[in-house]
Design a protein around this ligand. Sequence first.
Ligand code: PGA
Length: 261
Amino acid sequence: MRPYVVAGNWKMNTDMDSAIALAEALRARVDALEPGAQVQVLLCPPYPMLASVAAAVKGSPIGVGAQNMYLEDSGAYTGEVSAAMLVSAGCSHVILGHSERRQYFDDSNAVVNAKVKKAFTGGLVPIMCVGETLEQRETGVTEAVITMQIREGLEGVTAEQVRTMVVAYEPVWAIGTGRTATPEQAQEVHVYIRDLVATMYDRETADALVLQYGGSVKADNAAELFAQPDVDGGLIGGASLKAEQFLEIISAAKARTAAHP
Ligand code: PGA
């Protein structure tokens, strides 16, 4: 069975106090939800709060991820952070190629690919985001867009690496809009991605790949999205900033893994 991974993408929100308070509130309650169910929970706060959030959840089953990183190891890159810095701050994962990075910061497929490879060599698990815009969906090029993002994003990535990474399918039209993909739409694209990865690598690799869905996942729609056989978790934005909501989403994921261990 594939791991189930629920990650909270805090984006550019919280400050030091509220970030630590949120991490502590989650830590205090996450264990009580469906004890024994296997769900990896990750918090992805902004860079300045990474080490403090990592300290707040240390010794608990909650892990920490960053929202981005740079593709070089070190040097004169003012304002950037490396994979090694993230590891030393307590991160196990890093989100790469989020649509907001692609849209506002020109993270192309080639840049995302370089970062994915750097994450692996630096000891981080990449969560590589893909997804189509509304216009692309309406003009019928969703599969073509996803194909390019996956093929170019995974260029030179080995099968062994793909088996340990996470791909998040996040339709751009569903992010922060309250308009979530239907469970059927999510499942359809997840199957498409898995079959594509099978043609690029092999079936075993495709079956091991963890595929998260992201885009307006809330407490009231998480269970139906997580019920889809090829949805292996969620990348949660807005709803991960409220402990109550995020705990309900984690609970839905735990109920799903308990029902289909
Ligand atoms: P949202 O964001 O849950 O607020 O739609 C998801 C994401 O961008 O990762």
